[in-house]
Design a protein around this ligand. Sequence first.
Ligand code: HEC
Length: 92
Amino acid sequence: MKQQLTFALLALLFSAGAGASEDFQAEKFHQTSCTGCHDSSVYTRKKRRVNSLPRLESQVRMCDANLGKKLFDDDIHSLTDYLNDNYYHFSK
Ligand code: HEC
């Protein structure tokens, strides 16, 4: 009986955890949280600073740190993919 309860609790924990990161919507997050200091034109300007996928990820991390949101790795990756798919187009 006790074992069953532990199992049920674990299952609940796992599903909640998975849900949280699947629910992360990069586009929405970007619109609401990332456009306070710059808009998306910095991603397409001629002299943009980011010139590779790893640099894009570290820039996203730096901006997230400035923002103080403390995103999970998964969310950083979704955000990086979102920016890459829509603006940077680096090959993976
Ligand atoms: C606290 C202010 C601030 C916030 C909030 C912010 N950024 Fe930035 N971001 C900057 C600054 C400053 C730069 C450098 C702009 C420059 O060089 O002119 C920058 C540059 C960037 C660049 C590089 C642009 C290039 O030149 O290629 C990316 C990508 C970026 N930010 C992503 C994000 C993302 C994603 C978020 C949301 C998590 C975000 N930023 C939120 C301040 C911010």
